[in-house]
Design a protein around this ligand. Structure first.
Ligand code: GLY
Ligand code: MN
Ligand code: MN
Length: 439
């Protein structure tokens, strides 16, 4: 007789994750007077007047239990003290392979029905809520309240501090993404076009494009200055000055979000020095990550440090204080220092405090997605940047700050686009742990 297989460490972690998730849901549902919540995974959208579908990722709260990003049209019923009930849409369909379930502990812990129809399950008598991308008409057929804000906010909050299982998944996603980054860097140094770099990234990280947590940003030269540059040129530029690659991986639902910037053989030495400077700045800011830190404060420190870097590199001639006060650093870095990371790349509840009170970003920093105090278990990105964005620099040139900027150096850097260095970090009781491995 063979002994039963010992569960893997990840399987044990997943069991603990499910137990604490059940406790969290039990507490929230009981507090809100609900007998249960029905989570709809969602469905892909069809292109208008077409039979082709857009990419799909399941609803975050559905993935919190299952980790299944591609399980569409499926329903999960959670009730206090009861086994989760999952209705998986698995129609008879000779065009596609039916939905498959992974060999993971949650499958054992749930009552699962493989259903031909995608209709919601009949709910027992009681007070229920239904969450997800559900129409008002469909919600009405269930008799459940659709997306009640207090419940959504409470469940969002339950995703802010990650369990050990979730951290293990995020670490794994980071390792896979970094393998892609290495392959992409090599493709860049070998003279590849943006498309070659993206294909190398997908190959190195072993994933297809539709499985990415977000569309890779592969910017050669000036394209690196377009924050969410969305194309992949198939022809390499004649002069290879720079690559900005922002690309991730999704593992068991959890996302990596990593950016690296590289100087090419035709880079201006000032650009390479700026990459070093932004990297050092990012390392210093990472060193400050700890429970109790206010992320808005860290974002402000980033602007101060960027101002010092710009002064050191001769890009600005005024004091760092004046560079920040005049909006010079915001023109060179208009995005936030980072955001919460988890089942979504820009994860939920970044702009509320633990009690659900809104924490809007400062007026000067509308793009900052994380405005709360850091706590153990939170996973955040740290992604300072420097970009030459003509649209943002033009008003400075014409205003009072114009005389404080070395415009000839800006011109020299313009065709390098920009720099972003982005890692993923978990806040620990005493500081932080970097989930992103070295290149
Ligand atoms: N990849 C998007 C971001 O860094 O926020
Ligand atoms: Mn990010
Ligand atoms: Mn990113």
């Amino acid at each position: 007789m063979t002994a039963p297989a010992t569960p893997s460490p990840l399987a044990l972690l997943q069991r603990c994750h499910l137990e604490s998730l059940q406790r969290a849901y039990d507490e929230v549902l009981t507090r809100l007077g609900l007998d249960g919540v029905l989570l709809f995974s969602g469905h892909p959208r069809r292109h208008f007047a077409d039979d082709q579908e857009a990419g799909f990722a399941a609803y975050g709260h559905f993935m919190h239990w299952t980790g299944q990003a591609d399980l569409a049209r499926s329903w999960l019923l959670i009730r206090p003290g009861q086994r989760p009930r999952l209705k998986v849409h698995a129609p008879d369909d000779f065009w596609h392979l039916p939905a498959r379930l992974p060999d993971e502990p949650w499958v054992e812990a749930f009552d699962i029905e493989m259903a031909r129809a995608d209709a919601p399950p009949a709910l027992p008598a009681g007070h229920f809520a239904v969450l997800g991308d559900v129409s008002a008409a469909l919600a009405e057929t269930t008799g459940a309240a659709r997306n009640p804000a207090t419940l959504v906010a409470a469940l969002d909050e339950s995703r802010v501090r990650k369990s050990d299982y979730e951290i293990a998944c995020l670490r794994d996603a980071n390792h896979r993404a970094m393998a892609g980054h290495r392959a992409a860097r090599d493709a860049f140094l070998a003279g590849g076009a943006e498309l070659d770099i993206q294909l190398a990234y997908l190959g190195g990280s072993r994933q297809r494009e539709t499985a990415l947590p977000y569309a890779s940003i592969v910017g050669l030269n000036a394209h690196g200055g377009v924050l969410h540059y969305q194309h992949y040129d198939s022809v390499a530029p004649a002069r290879r000055r720079s690559l900005l690659l922002d690309a991730g991986h999704r593992h068991r639902g959890y996302c990596a979000d990593i950016t690296r910037s590289w100087a090419g053989p035709d880079a201006d030495p000032a650009f390479a020095a700026l990459i070093e400077g932004v990297t050092a700045l990012q390392r210093r800011l990472i060193g400050e990550l700890a429970p109790g830190m206010d992320y808005v404060d860290l974002h402000r420190r980033m602007h101060r440090a960027l101002a010092e870097l710009l002064a050191d590199q001769g890009l600005v001639h005024c004091t760092p204080e004046a560079a920040v006060a005049q909006g010079i650093t915001r023109a060179f870095c208009p995005h936030g220092l980072g955001h919460s990371l988890g089942l979504q790349v820009h994860d939920v509840a970044g702009r509320v405090n633990g009690a659900g009170r809104p924490l809007p970003p400062p007026e000067t920093d509308p793009a900052l997605r994380l405005t709360r105090e850091l706590e153990p278990g939170m996973v955040v990105t740290m992604e300072p940047g420097f970009y030459v964005i003509p649209m943002l620099l033009a008003p400075l040139r014409e205003g009072a700050a114009g005389g404080d900027i070395d415009w000839s150096l800006v011109e020299r850097l313009a065709d390098h686009g920009g720099i972003r260095i982005e890692d993923n970090l978990v806040i620990t009781p005493t500081g932080h742990d970097n989930l992103t491995p070295p290149e």
